[in-house]
Write a protein that binds this ligand. Structure first.
Ligand code: NAD
Ligand code: SER
Length: 314
């Protein structure tokens, strides 16, 4: 039987690109994109779905005979800090709905992204190990720590094949980020191609782990395609691509756009960034299912600028 995949929260930064990649891999008719808001430019089935509505989710899983769910809907770090209880409710209730429907209807595989936000000030900030102290400073991070543990629980208790990656900040040209602390690293490229000065909300010397979208999508597909007996981490895998700070991404862009100007005006997101690691040890992902990133900062910058110039008609 061919797999049928349902994405929850498909209209966001990652879902937009992941939907396309899954449609290429599995066939457009076999990938159902859902979101709270109507989805545009789709070449396969789409549905409006509030992930908090467990019955509606169950009906879609039944209707399309879904065999895999990618659960992307979440409130990210910066937006979550503005309304913590609301963020907790959405992040957890949507996950429980996905886990429960998957258990009840015997969905074969579930993908649940976690984040570097699971780490807090108590974790070692350089090459943060897979198994670290997890005391996050944001409600988003708390929800991801809880979510990873629920994923592990459903695997151990019910045999549900849930797989997860702790994404770093994801950077891509196809879609805009949705309220995270790493969003500056996408916004900055849009300002650069338009020859506008950029005001960065983090200090120039704030290093964070980041990953270019093509690597993030490939990591997700490779994890989900790996034989189940190779997935040794059932909470969530550390995943790394590159590390840079706002000063370094600015310098990388200035190699291509020499007049580009950036000023630094830190806001509440500085404290969030300061609580996250600078770099991540992803050796478990490399060992278990062969993870290897391809893009470094300068390669990403060249590719981002090339595609954004096309998008802006330059
Ligand atoms: P995003 O904010 O861009 O997109 C989230 C999508 O979920 C949006 O389209 C939104 O409309 C939808 N959504 C929100 N509430 C919903 C609900 N109740 N029902 C259905 N849909 C709902 O997020 P993203 O950047 O694409 O992130 C996807 C996942 O990856 C999230 O779980 C996020 O925590 C994780 N992640 C992202 C990054 C990153 O840098 N983008 C890093 C680490 C982890
Ligand atoms: N990019 C995400 C955020 O900043 C990390 O999970 O919230």
């Amino acid at each position: 039987m061919k797999d049928t995949i349902l994405l929850v929260g498909a209209g966001g930064q990652i879902g937009t690109v992941l939907t396309e990649a899954l449609r290429k891999a599995f066939g457009s008719d076999h990938v159902v994109a859902t979101d709270l808001r109507p989805l545009e430019n789709q070449n396969g089935p789409t549905e409006i779905l509030d992930a908090l509505d467990g019955q509606a989710l169950a009906a879609l899983v039944k209707k399309y005979k879904v065999t895999q769910i990618y659960h992307l809907a979440a409130i990210l770090s910066a937006t979550g800090e503005k309304n913590p209880m609301w963020a907790w409710d959405i992040n957890m209730r949507s996950l429980f709905n996905v886990l429960e429907v998957s258990r009840e209807q015997q969905v074969a595989k579930v993908y649940y992204p976690s984040s570097i936000a699971v780490f807090g000030l108590e974790a070692s900030p350089a090459m943060t190990p897979q198994y670290s102290v997890l005391i996050p400073g944001t409600v988003y991070g708390i929800s991801k720590v809880a979510g990873e543990n629920w994923a592990n629980y459903y695997f151990k208790r019910y045999g549900l094949d849930v797989r997860s990656l702790r994404y770093p900040g994801i950077i891509g040209y196809e879609s805009m980020p949705g309220g995270g602390t790493t969003d500056y690293a996408v916004d900055i490229y849009h300002y650069a191609v338009q020859n506008k000065p950029y005001e960065c909300f983090l200090r120039a010397d704030t290093p964070l782990p980041m990953l270019y979208m093509p690597d993030a999508i490939r990591a997700t597909l490779e994890l989900m395609e790996a034989p189940a007996n190779q997935i040794m981490v059932r909470t969530s895998y550390n995943l790394a691509g590159m590390t840079f700070n706002p000063g370094e991404i600015t310098a990388s862009i200035q190699k291509e756009v020499p007049d580009f100007k950036v000023s630094y005006v830190p806001d509440f997101r500085q404290a969030i960034a300061d609580s996250w690691p600078a770099s991540i040890d992803d050796s478990a992902a490399r060992r278990d299912w062969g993870w290897k990133p391809e893009y470094d900062l300068d390669a990403m910058t060249r590719d981002m600028l090339f595609h954004l110039r096309k998008q802006y008609g330059m």
